[in-house]
Design a protein around this ligand. Structure first.
Ligand SMILES: Cc1cc2nc3c(=O)[nH]c(=O)nc-3n(C[C@H](O)[C@H](O)[C@H](O)COP(=O)(O)OP(=O)(O)OC[C@H]3O[C@@H](n4cnc5c(N)ncnc54)[C@H](O)[C@@H]3O)c2cc1C
Ligand SMILES: *[C@@H]1O[C@H](CO)[C@@H](O)[C@H](O)[C@H]1NC(C)=O
Ligand SMILES: *[C@@H]1O[C@H](CO)[C@@H](O)[C@H](O)[C@H]1NC(C)=O
Ligand SMILES: *[C@@H]1O[C@H](CO)[C@@H](O)[C@H](O)[C@H]1NC(C)=O
Ligand SMILES: *[C@@H]1O[C@H](CO)[C@@H](O)[C@H](O)[C@H]1NC(C)=O
Ligand SMILES: *[C@@H]1O[C@H](CO)[C@@H](O)[C@H](O)[C@H]1NC(C)=O
Ligand SMILES: *[C@@H]1O[C@H](CO)[C@@H](O)[C@H](O)[C@H]1NC(C)=O
Ligand SMILES: *[C@@H]1O[C@H](CO)[C@@H](O)[C@H](O)[C@H]1NC(C)=O
Length: 598
C-alpha cells in the first residue's frame, strides 16, 4: 500500500516531503525547533531532557569513543535489561544503524541514530509527559511513548521524534486485600485483591513485591517486560493467563494521560471506551498509562512437567508426526488445566536443550493438581510416544512439584530471553481447538511447512497460553482484544534469521517465506484466527489490521479519533496508523512521518 501511495504522491509533486506541512518536522527542516527552544523545554522538565546517543557510540571514533565502554556494550548487546536502560536501546530493532564493534577484530563503520528518537524526556512525573506532548504538538514533531523498548514491530522507534519515557515514573506498587475502586465505581464485580502498579515498573519489580505476599499476578513470562505499557495494553500472555485470562483482562482501572495533557481514569464507569481500548487494543495509541490497578490472586501449588523429544537418527519425519500428535492433544491437556511454553525445530541455530538442535521441548504446568492426576492426564499421550521411544526418538519426561506459583515461575519460567537482531523475520498465529483437532492431515502438512528445510534454521515457539479463562472471558464487554483470542488455545511463532552481510534480496526472500509461505500455511488452517500483535508478530503482515485487532479494529479506530483527534500518538501497525506513513530516507525503511490523507 505504501508503495502505491508513494507513486501517487510523487506524481502530485510532493517530492520534498519532509518540509511539507503534511509531514512532521525532522532535524534539518526549517521548522525544527531551535536549540533555545529545546533548552527551554529542558528547563520546564527540570533538566530531564536527554539528547539521545546510540547505545554503541563508544565504539566509534569521536568525542564518545571509549574502548572499555565499547567492550562492555559488545558483550551486553543481547541483554534486554542492558538495552532497556538506554532511551534508545531495543530488543528487536528494525534497523541497526550503530552496531557494537569488537574493536580487536573489526574497524567500526558508520554510526547514526537511525530510526530512534532524537530527544527523550526521562520523566519522573506525569506532568513532564504532558509537557513533552504539548511541545511535540506545538512544533509538529513526531512523538514516541517508551516504556522498555521491548516492542517487536518498531512501535517504540521513531525517526526524528521526541520521546517521552515512562520508565522512571515510579509512584510505588500497592496492594489492596479487597479491591476498592478509586472512583467508587458501581460496576466493578471484583472483590478479590488488587495490585496498583504506579508507573514504569517491569514484571521483575512486581513479582518481587507479589511473590513475597504469596500472590499470583498475570505478568510476563519474561520478567524484563514492562507492566503497564504495550504488554498489557496489547494483550499480555503469561504462565498464568490460562488460569486467569490475559493481562489486559486483569485491568480494573487505569490512570491515563490524554493527548491534551489531562489525566483521566479509565474504568467500567468512567471513560468506558478508553477502558475498552487499553484492555487489548494496543499500546501507544489512545493515551499514556501512568498507573494500572490489576487483579491479584492467592498463590496455588503447581505441578509441572518438562518433556523433551529428540530424533535418534536424522529422521525428522517421525519427529514432525509426533509434534502433530502433541498439537492435536494440546486442547485436551489445556482443558485439564495445563499451560506453558515449548520450542521445536528440525535444525535450530541455537541449542534447544543440552546440545540438541533438533527436537521438541516444553515446560508446562497446572495449578492445584495432584501429581498423580497430572500423570494420568498424560498417560494416553505418553503411551503413544512410547512406541517411538528408543527406536526413532528419545522421549524424556520429568515432573516437578512446587508449593507456590512463585517457586514454579522462578524455576521453570521467568527466563531472561536473549534479545533479537534486525536480521530476523517472525510471525505468530493463534490456533483454536478446531484448528488443532479437526483436520489432522492438514495440520501435519502445515507442521511440515513451518518446520522448514534444515538449512533454513527455522525455530518454532509454541505458547500454550490460551484456553481456560482466556476463552471463558469471551463475553466481557470491556475488552478491546482481538476476539480471536477468545477461541485461542495456543499461539505459534515461526522465526528465521540471516547472517550479517546477507544481501537484501536474500533477506527479502526469508521475510517473504515467513510472511507468505510459513505464515500463509498457518493462516490457511486458521482462517478465522489472528496473530498476537505483541509477541513475534510480523512487521510485514499485509493483513495486520485484521490479524492483530480482528473485528474490533473499527471500534478502536473510532475511540482513537475521540481521544486523540490529531494523531499525536502514532506507531506502526497501531490503530489509526494508516493515516500516516514513513517517507523512506534513501535506502532505509524509515523516515519522516507524513499524512496519507486517509
Ligand atoms: C524479551 C521479550 C520477552 C517477551 N515476553 C513476553 C511474554 O511473556 N508475554 C507477552 O505477552 N509478550 C511478551 N513480549 C512481547 C511484549 O509484550 C511486547 O514487546 C510489548 O510491546 C512490550 O511492551 P513494553 O511496554 O514493555 O515495551 P515498549 O516497546 O516500551 O512499548 C510498546 C508499545 O507500547 C507503547 N507504550 C509504552 N508504554 C506505554 C504507556 N505507558 N501507555 C501507553 N502506551 C505505552 C509504546 O509506545 C509502544 O507502542 C516479550 C518481548 C520481549 C522483547
Ligand atoms: C538538560 O539539562 C541538564 C541539566 O542542566 C543537562 O545536564 C542536559 O545535558 C540538558 N539536556 C540537553 C538535551 O541539553
Ligand atoms: C544485563 O544487564 C543488567 C543491567 O546492566 C545487568 O545488571 C545484568 O548483570 C546483565 N546481565 C548479564 C547476564 O550480563
Ligand atoms: C533517567 O532518570 C533516572 C531517574 O532520575 C536516572 O536514574 C537514569 O539514570 C536516567 N537515565 C538516563 C539514560 O539518563
Ligand atoms: C541420514 O543421514 C545419512 C548420512 O548423512 C544419509 O545417508 C541418510 O539418507 C539420512 N537419512 C534420512 C532419513 O534423511
Ligand atoms: C552432545 O553431548 C553429549 C554428552 O552430553 C556428547 O556425547 C555428544 O558428543 C555431544 N554432541 C555434540 C554434537 O556435540
Ligand atoms: C524412553 O526410553 C528411555 C530409555 O529406555 C527411558 O529412560 C524413558 O523413561 C523412556 N521415556 C518414556 C516417556 O517412557
Ligand atoms: C484439511 O487441510 C487440507 C490442506 O492441507 C485441505 O486441503 C483440506 O480441504 C482440509 N480438510 C478439511 C475437511 O477442511
Amino acid at each position: 500500500m505504501v508503495s502505491t501511495l508513494l507513486a501517487v504522491l510523487a506524481l502530485a509533486g510532493l517530492g520534498a516531503a519532509s518540509s511539507q506541512e503534511s509531514c512532521k518536522c525532522t532535524p534539518g527542516d526549517p521548522c525544527w525547533p531551535s536549540t533555545s527552544a529545546w533548552d527551554a523545554l529542558n528547563n520546564t522538565v527540570s533538566g530531564k531532557l536527554i539528547r539521545n546517543l546510540p547505545v554503541a557510540i563508544s565504539c566509534y571514533l569521536g568525542p564518545y569513543h571509549n574502548k572499555d565502554e565499547c567492550a562492555n556494550v559488545y558483550t551486553q548487546w543481547y541483554n534486554s535489561t542492558f538495552q532497556e536502560l538506554s532511551p534508545v536501546g531495543y530488543c528487536y530493532p528494525t534497523d541497526e544503524p550503530c552496531p557494537p564493534v569488537d574493536l580487536s577484530r573489526e574497524t567500526p563503520g558508520k554510526c547514526t541514530l537511525g530510526p530512534a528518537p532524537v530527544y527523550t524526556i526521562n520523566a519522573t512525573e506525569s506532568a513532564e509527559l504532558a509537557v513533552g506532548m504539548a511541545f511535540a504538538q506545538k512544533h509538529n514533531i513526531r512523538l514516541v511513548v517508551r516504556n522498555t523498548g521491548h516492542d517487536i514491530l518498531g512501535k517504540s522507534e521513531g525517526y526524528g521524534a521526541l520521546q517521552i519515557w515512562i520508565k522512571y515514573i515510579r509512584k510505588g506498587i500497592m496492594i489492596q486485600d479487597e479491591y476498592n475502586p478509586s472512583d467508587e465505581c458501581c460496576d466493578s464485580d471484583w472483590t478479590g485483591a488488587a495490585l496498583t502498579i504506579g508507573g514504569g515498573y517491569v514484571w521483575e519489580d512486581v513479582y518481587d513485591f507479589a511473590f513475597k505476599r504469596k500472590i499470583t499476578i498475570v505478568g510476563g513470562g519474561d520478567p524484563t517486560v514492562g507492566c503497564i505499557g504495550g504488554y498489557t495494553q496489547g494483550g499480555g500472555h503469561s504462565p498464568a493467563s490460562h488460569n486467569y485470562g490475559l493481562a489486559a483482562d486483569q485491568v480494573l482501572e487505569a490512570q491515563v494521560v490524554l493527548a491534551d495533557g489531562s489525566i483521566v481514569t479509565a474504568s467500567p464507569c468512567q471513560n468506558l471506551d478508553l477502558y475498552f481500548a487499553i484492555r487489548g487494543g494496543g499500546g501507544g495509541s489512545y493515551g499514556v498509562a501512568i498507573s494500572m490497578t490489576v487483579k491479584a490472586y492467592p498463590s496455588k501449588p503447581v505441578v509441572a512437567q518438562s518433556l523433551t523429544i529428540m530424533p535418534l537418527g536424522n529422521d525428522t519425519k517421525t519427529l514432525l508426526d509426533v509434534i502433530t500428535q502433541l498439537w492435536t492433544d494440546y486442547p485436551r491437556l489445556m482443558d485439564a488445566g495445563f499451560s506453558g511454553y515449548g520450542t521445536w525445530s528440525i535444525d535450530s541455530p541455537k541449542s534447544l536443550f543440552a546440545n540438541q538442535t533438533v527436537g521438541y521441548i516444553h515446560a508446562i504446568a497446572a495449578m492445584s493438581m495432584s501429581l498423580s492426576d497430572a500423570k494420568d492426564t498424560f498417560t494416553p499421550l505418553l503411551q503413544r510416544l512410547e512406541r517411538y521411544n528408543g527406536t526413532s526418538l528419545c522421549v524424556s519426561v520429568s515432573w516437578f512439584q512446587f508449593p507456590t506459583y512463585a517457586a514454579y515461575y522462578r524455576a521453570m519460567s521467568g527466563v531472561h530471553q536473549p534479545v533479537g537482531s534486525p536480521n530476523s523475520a517472525l510471525t505468530s498465529r493463534m490456533f483454536s481447538k478446531a484448528a488443532l483437532t479437526e483436520n489432522k492431515s492438514g495440520l501435519r502438512k502445515m507442521i511440515g511447512i513451518i518446520a522448514g528445510k534444515p538449512e533454513e534454521k527455522t525455530i518454532n515457539s509454541v505458547e500454550l497460553v490460551g484456553g481456560g479463562e482466556v476463552i471463558a472471558k469471551k463475553n466481557n464487554k470491556y475488552s478491546g482484544l482481538n476476539p480471536a483470542w477468545r477461541s485461542t488455545y495456543i499461539v505459534n511463532v515461526v522465526a528465521r534469521a540471516w547472517a550479517d552481510g546477507t544481501d537484501a534480496c536474500a533477506a527479502q526472500k526469508i521475510k517473504d517465506d515467513i510472511t507468505y509461505h510459513k505464515g500463509g500455511a498457518m493462516r490457511f488452517l486458521t482462517p478465522s484466527g489472528g496473530s498476537y500483535m505483541n509477541e513475534k508478530a510480523d512487521r510485514n503482515d499485509p493483513y495486520w489490521a485484521a490479524d492483530f485487532y480482528g473485528s474490533n479494529y473499527h471500534r478502536l479506530a473510532q475511540i482513537k479519533k475521540t481521544y486523540d483527534p490529531n494523531d499525536l500518538f502514532w506507531c506502526p501497525t497501531c490503530v489509526g496508523s494508516p493515516s500516516w506513513y514513513q517517507w523512506p530516507l534513501d535506502g532505509k525503511n524509515y523516515g519522516p512521518l507524513c499524512r496519507t490523507g486517509q
